[in-house]
Design a protein around this ligand. Structure first.
Ligand code: HEC
Length: 122
């Protein structure tokens, strides 16, 4: 390979790598911006059963062993939240809390953008 071809090759590779990193970081930022709304949906529809302090008498301890009280618990549970609320749509249990399609979309948007939580959020 002659030297100028090599330089072009390295430059193109560098742009691709840099672009990928920037896209990744922007995606994380976007997801973090979506977190507060996702948090509000989970507070409204999930923590009654998925909390260290449940409020549904039928579930004196967190249902299925899943707690969603903290940002970290939500982040770690994100894949399963997506499956149960958006794909299968069988959470909230028996859809008893009347979660709307728009609220399911709020969860999907946050999780599909990367399920990132802003620093220092609950
Ligand atoms: C009325 C109580 C109740 C509410 C409200 C509720 N859940 Fe659940 N959840 C359960 C029970 C019971 C289980 C365990 C049985 C099962 O998996 O179906 C469970 C299990 C789960 C699991 C773990 C099982 C798995 O597939 O990994 C996830 C994740 C989950 N729920 C997410 C949610 C989310 C998100 C919400 C709110 C949108 C929610 N749940 C609202 C009762 C509830």
């Amino acid at each position: 390979m002659n030297i100028s071809v090599r330089i072009v090759f390295v430059a193109v590779a560098a742009v691709i790598v840099a672009g990928t990193i920037v896209a990744f970081l922007l995606g994380r930022q976007r997801s973090a911006r979506y977190y507060p709304e996702a948090r509000a949906v989970v507070d409204k529809h999930c923590v009654a059963c998925h909390s260290i302090h449940t409020t549904v008498p039928a579930f004196p301890v967190a249902a299925g062993g899943v707690r969603l009280d903290t940002a970290d618990e939500m982040r770690r549970g994100a894949e399963r939240i997506l499956v149960r609320t958006v794909v299968e749509q069988n959470m909230p249990l028996l859809t008893r809390t009347g979660m709307t399609a728009a609220e399911r979309a709020v969860l999907a948007r946050w999780i599909e953008a990367g399920a990132t939580v802003p620093r220092s959020s609950r």
